[in-house]
Design a binder for this molecule. Sequence first.
Ligand code: BGP
Length: 484
Amino acid sequence: MPVERPSAEFPSGFVWGAATASYQIEGGVAEDGRSPSCWDVFVGQPGTICHGDTGEVACDSYHRLDEDLELVARVGLGSYRFSVSWSRVLPDGVGGLNQKGMDYYRRLVDGLVALGAQPSLTLFHWDLPQVLQERGGWANRDCASWFADYAGALAGELGDRVTRWTTLNEPAVVAERGYRRGDHAPGVQDPEKAVAATHHLLLGHGLAVERLRQVLGTCSVGITLDPPYAVALDPEDEALANKISAALTDLYLLPLIGGAYPELDRPGLVPREPLVHAGDMATIQAPIDFLGVNYYDPVYIRRRREPLSWGEQPVDAFPEAVSAKPGDYPRTALGWVIDPGSFYGLLMTLSRRAPGLPLYVTENGCAFHDYAGPSGDVRDPERIEYLWQHLAAVKRAIDDGADVRGYFVWSLLDNFEWTDGYSQRFGLVYVDYPTQRRTMKASAQFYAEVIAANALPSGAPRRAVRTTTVGAAGPGPPAHSQAQ
Ligand code: BGP
């Protein structure tokens, strides 16, 4: 089937960015008054992280700010998405600001502004101050107001120079992996705490939106979700896949845009009274200016049949389904299936579900086993191809009416990838951890050219990637790219 090419040019003003997060890059964990976060504590527990890695040094960005700003300039980013370490600026979690910690973010924001790159600030990318974790963390309702106070404090310091505020990054991952499954910090395995965390994260988001508007007046504020996009492995399971997609997406999206939790018969998943107090849903529904979307790969669904086949996994809260990976798709180094057709499907679904709400792709990217060649250069043709295919999906969604305003690659730098430690490299820039030397990969050069042209190059990517989505769940992917 011939490849359907979108017209190469992106809308003028389209925001080209790259993203990072505080615990994943900063290091300097005990410096200038920073207190530990729940991640500092979690990584110290044996068996939690690949190779026993920690974020103690990470990319040492706390000490290499100028170098990292230079990379922003060299790639020509229109925006840089970073997160603030709550325990660096408020070591007690609440109360007085730590000015030394704040200085780092002031220099970062001022540096970006000087380069003409919009600062996109995420308030919470998973590293809760441990002092607050010891008071229950997000399972404690008070965490929502601690978060709003923290948002207000930062707005007072940086407000006039931050272009976009994102309250939370992927709250579903915090609740599910942090409090239900326990393979992320804080390592809690308690379904009641997980559902409480879901509600308190969303409540914290709503209170923070209110607080930012109080302090700043006009500002652009949103939230980043990772809406699961379920695809049926077999055509007869399409309705099941659609049901799972809708339910898991609505758990976080519906309260934000519709002021209610979905009517799902899953008591352990959906917050209800007494967790939900009068007035909470109105707070959570505070108007936002954009929705951030993180996409990596879809969830492939099949109806459960006993006994389970090799590779099939149960799907939390949906006992009738299993997830599995299709066998014949290209994968990233993490085994994630490369499926830009589902990315297009997700963007179209969200623009229909939340009409009028601009979308930013706040993360999209891939890990490959990159290495520096004998002359020091890092060639990553797979990443170039991945970016090309996923940007083509974005462009096609825009052409088909989705209001996508920007795209941020995960990540600017190779970094500490949570439970995978340093074993997975997602960066446009290669980091040699023993020396902390940064090298722009070939994909950084490719991305710089895309940004400069505000368009995809007209040539095809180097190799063919199969991108047709299996099954036919959701609105269906574009019929493109069987082969080139
Ligand atoms: C997202 C996180 C990022 C980043 C990315 C890569 O869920 O928001 O912080 O880490 O995933 O995936 P992972 O770290 O699981 O390999």
